[in-house]
Structure formats: structure tokens, C-alpha cells
Design a protein around this ligand. Structure first.
Ligand SMILES: C[S@@+](CC[C@H](N)C(=O)[O-])C[C@H]1O[C@@H](n2cnc3c(N)ncnc32)[C@H](O)[C@@H]1O
Length: 293
């Protein structure tokens, strides 16, 4: 690669990056993305004081903390981390009403709600914190230790931001003034919004690649929004299978607006999930149930 200028990735270079990202994260990069990827990588090459695409490829594949750290930037070059609090208002109304009612009936507990939630591909944490706020509003007396919320992502860069829990105006664009004043502190100089400890402490963030099985908990509800569009059919199937393995029967899987189960291909015939309502599925209670309706 050394002999090429830093204008645009040639086919061989592009294929190398493409294979790498597919192997590491299951993300399928379309050929049409070559100019976009070249532009974005050039910026990283400059920041890192490197000279060629090959130098950059070597950092990414070289292992150790430098590779780990750069992976987050590389992912931002090929996907989007776009997210904000209360993204899709209708969904949060459903969560605070129908979903909680369903969980109370399906997974009752004499000592109050005890459910596990997973924001898979959480990006910088807005979805997981929104959930914590919505649960707090809907179940004011709940014991926070019994409602566990885990947020995971493959990018360590966005996970750091999630743990810091400091956001700009864009992130709170759909957050009402009442909720802002109740659950955020605004810095008087920078204007940035810091999530209050009450909500911050309700969420745990961890690194996780959706390609792999999540270790450590069984979930009643999983959010899997705005990430499946990066994957091909095989990866989508693998992700759904891995997620199902760590969900309780009757557990609820919430997809993004672009519902992968309705996008053609034979995904819905190959994975046994019961359709509940648009973009929302339940894990069948008995093994006899096959595919969605
Ligand atoms: C657009 S954000 C979605 C954020 C949030 N779920 C929402 O809907 O607002 C997509 C996230 O998926 C993450 N991602 C991409 N591939 C992944 C993988 N294989 N495993 C885990 N996370 C992945 C990206 O790092 C990015 O933060």
C-alpha cells in the first residue's frame, strides 16, 4: 500500500479494510462507501501523524491498547453513533405503559419489579439513560437495585462518553424541560447537560460485540435499535440467536424503526420470535413456536 498517495483507497486497500471490519464486527461495507471511507480515514491518519493507509491498517490490526482505542474511531468512520434521549417518543410511551403492564403480569414479584434490561449497541448511552428515566417516572417507588440496566457497544470511545454522561443540546433535543430539570444538571458555562447520579448509577456500561454471546445475565427486555442495518443476513441471524440465548421466555425484543424482520430475506422464517407489534417481538414461551407471524 505504501506506494499509493493518500487520495482515495484503491480496490485492494478498500477490500482489506472491508474484510477487517466484517471479521471484527460483522459490518458489511458497500463498495459505494469508498470515497466516504477514504475521507474519514485521511482525517484519522492526520490526527495520528501517520503517512499511509497501510500505516493506519497496521495500527488497527496491531493489537494492544492502541488498536482498541483506534477501533472506536474506525467504527465511527464506517457507522454512525447517532442517538439522542427519547429517540422515538411513541416507543417510550409504550415502555412506560403497555410494556411495564406486560412485565408486571408476566414476571411478577412480591417484592416489587425485578427485571433486567439491555440496551445492545447503546452508543453513547442516551437510550439506556432514557430507559432509566422512564422507569423512574413510571415506577417511582421501585428498588433501583432490582431493575438492572446494561448498556453495551463495540466502540470503547462511545462507552467512555456514556460513562461520563455529559451531553450537548443535540442529545436533549427531545427531552422536555421538566425532565431536563429533574434528571440533568446544566453546566452554567459550557451549557452541557450532566445526567444526575440517581440515573447514572442505574446503568452499567460494558464493551460487547453483538457477534458474541453476552455473558452474565438473562434479560426480560432487550433494545436492539438502529444497528442491524449494518449487518448482512447471516450476521443478523447470528446476532438474534445470541440475543435470544440470553433472554427469558416471554422476554421482549425491541428493534429500531427499520425492522430487520420485515426487510425481505428469510430472517423471519429462520428465527423463532413471536410478533407483538411493529418492531416489537417476544421470545416464544414454548419451543414449538417457529418464526414470526
Ligand atoms: C446508531 S447507534 C444506535 C444507538 C441506539 N441504539 C439508538 O438507537 O439510538 C449504532 C451503534 O452500534 C454500534 N455497533 C456497530 N456494530 C456493532 C457490533 N458488532 N457490536 C456492538 N455494537 C455495534 C456502533 O458502535 C454504534 O454505536
Amino acid at each position: 500500500m505504501k506506494t499509493h498517495s493518500l487520495q482515495t483507497l484503491d480496490k485492494r486497500e478498500f477490500d482489506l479494510f472491508r474484510e477487517f471490519i466484517y471479521k471484527e464486527c460483522g459490518i458489511s461495507l458497500a463498495e459505494t462507501k469508498v470515497a466516504l471511507l477514504s475521507n474519514r480515514l485521511r482525517k484519522r491518519i492526520k490526527v495520528l501523524n501517520l503517512e499511509t493507509f497501510e500505516d493506519y491498517y497496521n495500527v488497527l490490526t496491531g493489537g494492544g491498547s492502541a488498536a482498541d482505542e483506534e477501533m472506536g474511531h474506525f467504527l465511527s468512520a464506517v457507522t454512525t453513533n447517532e442517538t439522542y434521549f427519547f429517540r422515538n417518543d411513541g416507543l417510550w410511551e409504550f415502555v412506560s405503559g403497555e410494556l411495564i403492564q406486560y412485565l408486571e403480569e408476566k414476571f411478577p414479584s412480591r417484592s416489587g419489579p425485578a427485571w433486567n434490561f439491555w440496551s445492545a449497541a447503546s452508543s453513547s448511552g442516551e437510550e439506556a439513560y432514557t430507559l432509566a428515566i422512564v422507569l423512574r417516572e413510571a415506577l417511582p417507588g421501585y428498588d433501583p437495585k432490582k431493575l438492572k440496566i446494561v448498556g453495551t457497544d463495540i466502540s470503547r470511545r462511545v462507552l467512555e462518553k456514556a460513562k461520563n454522561a455529559v451531553y450537548d443540546d443535540y442529545s436533549v433535543q427531545k427531552t422536555s424541560p421538566e425532565i431536563r430539570s429533574k434528571y440533568f444538571d446544566q453546566d452554567s458555562e459550557s451549557g452541557l447537560w450532566k445526567v444526575k447520579p440517581l440515573i447514572r448509577n442505574a446503568v452499567e456500561f460494558r464493551f460487547h460485540n453483538l457477534r458474541d454471546r453476552f455473558m452474565g445475565a438473562k434479560f426480560h427486555v432487550v433494545f436492539l435499535r438502529n444497528v442491524m442495518m449494518y449487518f448482512d443476513l447471516e450476521m443478523k441471524l447470528r446476532v438474534l440467536e445470541r440475543i435470544k440465548e440470553v433472554m427469558h421466555p416471554g422476554g421482549v425484543l425491541i428493534m429500531g424503526d427499520v425492522d430487520p424482520m420485515r426487510q425481505g430475506g428469510d430472517l423471519k422464517e429462520r428465527i423463532a420470535l413471536d410478533y407483538w407489534k411493529p418492531t416489537i417481538y417476544r421470545v416464544p414461551v414454548s419451543n414449538s413456536s417457529q418464526g414470526s407471524s
